[in-house]
Design a protein around this ligand. Structure first.
Ligand SMILES: [Zn+2]
Length: 287
Protein backbone atom coordinates (compact mmCIF):
# COMPACT_ATOMS: atom_id res chain seq x y z
CA UNK A 1 0.00 0.00 0.00
CA UNK A 2 1.27 3.49 -0.91
CA UNK A 3 -0.13 6.97 -0.35
CA UNK A 4 0.46 9.38 -3.26
CA UNK A 5 0.08 13.02 -2.26
CA UNK A 6 0.13 16.17 -4.39
CA UNK A 7 -0.84 19.83 -4.28
CA UNK A 8 -3.85 19.17 -6.51
CA UNK A 9 -6.04 16.10 -6.72
CA UNK A 10 -8.70 15.93 -9.44
CA UNK A 11 -10.94 12.91 -8.88
CA UNK A 12 -13.20 14.18 -11.74
CA UNK A 13 -16.13 12.22 -10.27
CA UNK A 14 -16.07 14.66 -7.33
CA UNK A 15 -14.77 18.23 -6.79
CA UNK A 16 -11.00 18.96 -6.87
CA UNK A 17 -9.12 18.58 -3.59
CA UNK A 18 -6.29 20.91 -2.60
CA UNK A 19 -3.43 19.04 -0.93
CA UNK A 20 -4.94 15.66 -1.65
CA UNK A 21 -3.84 12.07 -1.46
CA UNK A 22 -4.66 8.73 -3.09
CA UNK A 23 -4.16 5.37 -1.42
CA UNK A 24 -3.16 2.65 -3.88
CA UNK A 25 -3.46 -0.95 -2.75
CA UNK A 26 -2.46 -3.83 -5.03
CA UNK A 27 -2.72 -1.64 -8.10
CA UNK A 28 -6.14 -0.25 -7.28
CA UNK A 29 -7.27 3.05 -5.76
CA UNK A 30 -8.45 2.31 -2.23
CA UNK A 31 -9.12 5.83 -0.91
CA UNK A 32 -9.14 9.43 -2.18
CA UNK A 33 -9.27 12.45 0.09
CA UNK A 34 -7.50 15.30 1.83
CA UNK A 35 -3.89 14.46 2.57
CA UNK A 36 -4.10 15.01 6.30
CA UNK A 37 -7.19 12.79 6.60
CA UNK A 38 -5.76 10.05 4.39
CA UNK A 39 -2.40 9.99 6.17
CA UNK A 40 -4.05 9.95 9.58
CA UNK A 41 -6.23 7.00 8.54
CA UNK A 42 -3.22 5.05 7.21
CA UNK A 43 -0.51 5.25 9.90
CA UNK A 44 2.85 3.79 8.96
CA UNK A 45 2.05 3.64 5.22
CA UNK A 46 4.69 5.08 2.88
CA UNK A 47 3.77 8.55 1.57
CA UNK A 48 5.17 9.60 -1.82
CA UNK A 49 4.87 13.37 -2.08
CA UNK A 50 4.60 14.44 -5.74
CA UNK A 51 4.80 18.11 -4.74
CA UNK A 52 3.50 20.83 -7.06
CA UNK A 53 1.62 18.37 -9.21
CA UNK A 54 -1.91 17.35 -10.06
CA UNK A 55 -3.03 13.75 -9.67
CA UNK A 56 -5.69 12.95 -12.27
CA UNK A 57 -7.38 9.75 -13.46
CA UNK A 58 -5.69 7.92 -16.32
CA UNK A 59 -6.57 9.29 -19.74
CA UNK A 60 -8.88 7.42 -22.08
CA UNK A 61 -8.40 7.81 -25.82
CA UNK A 62 -11.85 6.86 -27.07
CA UNK A 63 -10.90 6.78 -30.74
CA UNK A 64 -7.65 5.36 -32.01
CA UNK A 65 -6.74 3.56 -35.24
CA UNK A 66 -3.60 1.76 -34.13
CA UNK A 67 -3.34 -0.25 -37.35
CA UNK A 68 -2.99 3.04 -39.27
CA UNK A 69 -0.13 4.35 -37.10
CA UNK A 70 2.42 3.63 -39.87
CA UNK A 71 0.63 6.15 -42.10
CA UNK A 72 1.40 9.05 -39.77
CA UNK A 73 2.92 11.79 -41.90
CA UNK A 74 3.45 15.17 -40.23
CA UNK A 75 4.25 16.72 -43.61
CA UNK A 76 0.97 15.68 -45.25
CA UNK A 77 -1.38 18.52 -46.12
CA UNK A 78 -4.44 17.03 -47.78
CA UNK A 79 -6.47 19.59 -49.69
CA UNK A 80 -9.83 18.11 -48.65
CA UNK A 81 -11.38 15.31 -46.65
CA UNK A 82 -11.92 13.30 -49.83
CA UNK A 83 -8.28 13.80 -50.79
CA UNK A 84 -7.32 12.49 -47.36
CA UNK A 85 -9.63 9.47 -47.75
CA UNK A 86 -8.22 8.67 -51.19
CA UNK A 87 -4.65 8.93 -49.90
CA UNK A 88 -5.47 6.67 -46.93
CA UNK A 89 -7.12 4.04 -49.12
CA UNK A 90 -4.20 4.12 -51.58
CA UNK A 91 -1.46 3.85 -48.93
CA UNK A 92 -2.92 1.55 -46.31
CA UNK A 93 -2.41 -1.65 -48.28
CA UNK A 94 1.24 -1.03 -49.09
CA UNK A 95 3.02 -1.69 -45.78
CA UNK A 96 4.17 -5.03 -44.43
CA UNK A 97 2.48 -6.58 -41.39
CA UNK A 98 5.74 -6.06 -39.46
CA UNK A 99 5.85 -2.34 -40.29
CA UNK A 100 2.21 -1.93 -39.27
CA UNK A 101 2.76 -3.77 -36.00
CA UNK A 102 5.95 -1.91 -35.22
CA UNK A 103 4.29 1.50 -35.71
CA UNK A 104 1.26 0.44 -33.65
CA UNK A 105 3.55 -0.73 -30.85
CA UNK A 106 5.37 2.62 -30.85
CA UNK A 107 2.02 4.44 -30.77
CA UNK A 108 0.91 2.43 -27.75
CA UNK A 109 4.20 3.17 -25.97
CA UNK A 110 3.72 6.89 -26.65
CA UNK A 111 0.17 6.80 -25.30
CA UNK A 112 1.25 5.03 -22.13
CA UNK A 113 4.13 7.46 -21.59
CA UNK A 114 1.63 10.34 -21.77
CA UNK A 115 -0.79 8.94 -19.24
CA UNK A 116 -3.26 7.00 -21.37
CA UNK A 117 -4.67 3.94 -19.62
CA UNK A 118 -7.45 2.85 -21.96
CA UNK A 119 -8.44 3.08 -25.62
CA UNK A 120 -11.36 2.53 -27.93
CA UNK A 121 -9.53 1.25 -30.98
CA UNK A 122 -11.16 1.00 -34.39
CA UNK A 123 -9.77 -1.38 -36.95
CA UNK A 124 -10.22 -4.12 -39.50
CA UNK A 125 -7.33 -6.48 -38.77
CA UNK A 126 -5.64 -8.37 -35.94
CA UNK A 127 -2.60 -6.13 -35.38
CA UNK A 128 -4.16 -3.80 -32.80
CA UNK A 129 -5.42 -6.74 -30.75
CA UNK A 130 -1.94 -8.28 -30.64
CA UNK A 131 -0.26 -5.01 -29.71
CA UNK A 132 -2.82 -4.09 -27.05
CA UNK A 133 -2.81 -7.59 -25.55
CA UNK A 134 0.96 -7.22 -24.98
CA UNK A 135 0.52 -3.78 -23.41
CA UNK A 136 -0.97 -2.61 -20.13
CA UNK A 137 -3.77 -0.64 -21.83
CA UNK A 138 -7.39 -1.57 -21.27
CA UNK A 139 -10.19 -0.97 -23.73
CA UNK A 140 -12.38 -2.11 -26.55
CA UNK A 141 -11.31 -3.27 -29.99
CA UNK A 142 -14.02 -2.12 -32.36
CA UNK A 143 -13.97 -4.39 -35.39
CA UNK A 144 -15.31 -2.01 -37.97
CA UNK A 145 -17.78 -3.00 -40.68
CA UNK A 146 -18.88 -1.17 -43.78
CA UNK A 147 -20.84 -2.15 -46.84
CA UNK A 148 -23.26 0.10 -48.59
CA UNK A 149 -25.34 -2.55 -50.35
CA UNK A 150 -28.35 -3.60 -48.28
CA UNK A 151 -28.37 -7.03 -49.92
CA UNK A 152 -24.89 -7.76 -48.56
CA UNK A 153 -25.59 -6.92 -44.90
CA UNK A 154 -26.14 -10.49 -43.82
CA UNK A 155 -23.04 -11.95 -45.48
CA UNK A 156 -20.95 -9.08 -44.09
CA UNK A 157 -22.19 -9.86 -40.58
CA UNK A 158 -21.50 -13.57 -40.94
CA UNK A 159 -17.97 -12.96 -42.21
CA UNK A 160 -17.39 -10.42 -39.43
CA UNK A 161 -18.40 -12.89 -36.74
CA UNK A 162 -15.77 -15.28 -38.08
CA UNK A 163 -13.15 -12.52 -38.16
CA UNK A 164 -13.98 -11.56 -34.60
CA UNK A 165 -13.19 -15.14 -33.59
CA UNK A 166 -9.88 -14.86 -35.46
CA UNK A 167 -9.04 -11.56 -33.76
CA UNK A 168 -9.68 -13.07 -30.34
CA UNK A 169 -7.71 -16.22 -30.96
CA UNK A 170 -4.82 -14.77 -32.99
CA UNK A 171 -4.21 -11.68 -30.94
CA UNK A 172 -3.94 -13.21 -27.49
CA UNK A 173 -7.04 -11.37 -26.36
CA UNK A 174 -8.21 -14.40 -24.42
CA UNK A 175 -5.34 -13.86 -22.01
CA UNK A 176 -6.30 -10.20 -21.70
CA UNK A 177 -9.99 -10.83 -21.01
CA UNK A 178 -11.38 -8.39 -18.49
CA UNK A 179 -8.88 -5.79 -19.69
CA UNK A 180 -9.71 -5.88 -23.40
CA UNK A 181 -12.86 -6.83 -25.25
CA UNK A 182 -13.69 -6.97 -28.94
CA UNK A 183 -16.93 -5.79 -30.51
CA UNK A 184 -18.43 -5.32 -33.97
CA UNK A 185 -19.16 -1.74 -34.95
CA UNK A 186 -20.31 0.20 -38.04
CA UNK A 187 -17.87 2.55 -39.77
CA UNK A 188 -20.29 5.36 -40.64
CA UNK A 189 -23.78 6.08 -41.96
CA UNK A 190 -22.37 7.05 -45.36
CA UNK A 191 -20.51 3.74 -45.82
CA UNK A 192 -22.82 1.27 -44.06
CA UNK A 193 -26.26 0.17 -45.28
CA UNK A 194 -29.38 0.68 -43.18
CA UNK A 195 -29.86 -3.06 -42.55
CA UNK A 196 -26.25 -3.46 -41.45
CA UNK A 197 -26.50 -0.42 -39.14
CA UNK A 198 -29.71 -1.78 -37.63
CA UNK A 199 -28.29 -5.26 -37.17
CA UNK A 200 -25.21 -3.89 -35.40
CA UNK A 201 -27.34 -1.60 -33.25
CA UNK A 202 -29.61 -4.47 -32.29
CA UNK A 203 -26.65 -6.68 -31.53
CA UNK A 204 -25.09 -4.05 -29.27
CA UNK A 205 -28.39 -3.43 -27.49
CA UNK A 206 -28.92 -7.14 -26.89
CA UNK A 207 -25.40 -7.77 -25.61
CA UNK A 208 -24.76 -4.53 -23.74
CA UNK A 209 -21.80 -3.77 -26.01
CA UNK A 210 -20.72 -0.24 -26.81
CA UNK A 211 -20.87 0.97 -30.41
CA UNK A 212 -18.50 3.39 -32.10
CA UNK A 213 -19.38 5.26 -35.28
CA UNK A 214 -17.81 8.02 -37.37
CA UNK A 215 -20.21 10.88 -37.84
CA UNK A 216 -20.26 14.45 -39.19
CA UNK A 217 -16.65 14.30 -40.40
CA UNK A 218 -17.03 16.06 -43.71
CA UNK A 219 -19.29 18.11 -45.94
CA UNK A 220 -19.18 15.27 -48.49
CA UNK A 221 -20.72 12.90 -45.93
CA UNK A 222 -23.43 15.44 -45.07
CA UNK A 223 -24.19 16.00 -48.74
CA UNK A 224 -24.66 12.31 -49.37
CA UNK A 225 -26.90 11.75 -46.34
CA UNK A 226 -28.86 14.98 -46.87
CA UNK A 227 -29.16 15.10 -50.66
CA UNK A 228 -28.00 11.70 -51.92
CA UNK A 229 -25.35 13.35 -54.09
CA UNK A 230 -21.77 14.57 -54.07
CA UNK A 231 -18.13 13.52 -54.05
CA UNK A 232 -18.62 10.63 -51.65
CA UNK A 233 -21.30 9.12 -53.87
CA UNK A 234 -18.86 9.46 -56.80
CA UNK A 235 -16.20 7.74 -54.69
CA UNK A 236 -18.51 4.81 -53.86
CA UNK A 237 -19.54 4.44 -57.52
CA UNK A 238 -15.88 4.56 -58.56
CA UNK A 239 -15.04 1.77 -56.12
CA UNK A 240 -18.01 -0.34 -57.24
CA UNK A 241 -19.57 -0.02 -53.78
CA UNK A 242 -22.61 2.10 -54.57
CA UNK A 243 -26.11 0.68 -54.08
CA UNK A 244 -28.54 2.01 -56.72
CA UNK A 245 -31.43 1.08 -54.38
CA UNK A 246 -30.06 3.26 -51.56
CA UNK A 247 -32.25 6.15 -50.45
CA UNK A 248 -31.08 8.95 -48.18
CA UNK A 249 -32.26 8.75 -44.54
CA UNK A 250 -35.76 10.12 -44.12
CA UNK A 251 -36.79 9.53 -47.71
CA UNK A 252 -39.96 7.42 -48.13
CA UNK A 253 -38.36 4.12 -49.13
CA UNK A 254 -34.99 4.36 -47.41
CA UNK A 255 -32.91 1.21 -47.99
CA UNK A 256 -35.95 -0.95 -48.64
CA UNK A 257 -36.73 -0.44 -52.26
CA UNK A 258 -36.19 -4.06 -53.23
CA UNK A 259 -37.76 -7.16 -51.81
CA UNK A 260 -34.42 -8.75 -51.08
CA UNK A 261 -33.26 -5.69 -49.17
CA UNK A 262 -36.36 -5.45 -47.01
CA UNK A 263 -36.28 -9.15 -46.18
CA UNK A 264 -32.77 -8.69 -44.85
CA UNK A 265 -33.49 -5.72 -42.65
CA UNK A 266 -32.51 -5.73 -39.02
CA UNK A 267 -33.73 -8.75 -37.15
CA UNK A 268 -34.13 -11.20 -39.96
CA UNK A 269 -34.05 -14.74 -38.48
CA UNK A 270 -30.56 -15.48 -39.73
CA UNK A 271 -29.11 -12.21 -38.51
CA UNK A 272 -30.80 -12.56 -35.13
CA UNK A 273 -29.37 -16.05 -34.74
CA UNK A 274 -25.93 -14.68 -35.52
CA UNK A 275 -26.21 -12.26 -32.62
CA UNK A 276 -27.61 -14.93 -30.33
CA UNK A 277 -24.75 -17.25 -31.12
CA UNK A 278 -22.22 -14.56 -30.43
CA UNK A 279 -23.89 -13.38 -27.26
CA UNK A 280 -24.43 -16.87 -25.86
CA UNK A 281 -20.70 -17.45 -25.85
CA UNK A 282 -20.61 -15.08 -22.92
CA UNK A 283 -17.66 -13.07 -24.12
CA UNK A 284 -19.53 -10.09 -25.45
CA UNK A 285 -20.66 -8.41 -22.32
CA UNK A 286 -19.48 -4.92 -21.66
CA UNK A 287 -17.10 -4.40 -18.79
ZN1 LIG B 1 -11.79 6.86 -36.99
Amino acid sequence: MIVYAAKHLLPVASPPIQSGAVVVHEGRIATVGRRKDVVRAHPGVEVRDLGEAAIVPGLINAHTHLELSHLHDPQAQPTSFMAWVRDLVARRGQASEEAIESAATAAVETMISRGTVAVGDVGNGTVAGRVLARSTLAGILFHELYGFRASEAESILDAAAARLDAIESESGLAAARGRLTAALTPHAAHTTSGPLLKALGGRATASGEVLSIHVAESEEEMQLLRDGTGAFKDFLIERGAWDPAWRRPGSPRSSTSTGSASSRRGRSPSTASTWTTRISRGSRRAG
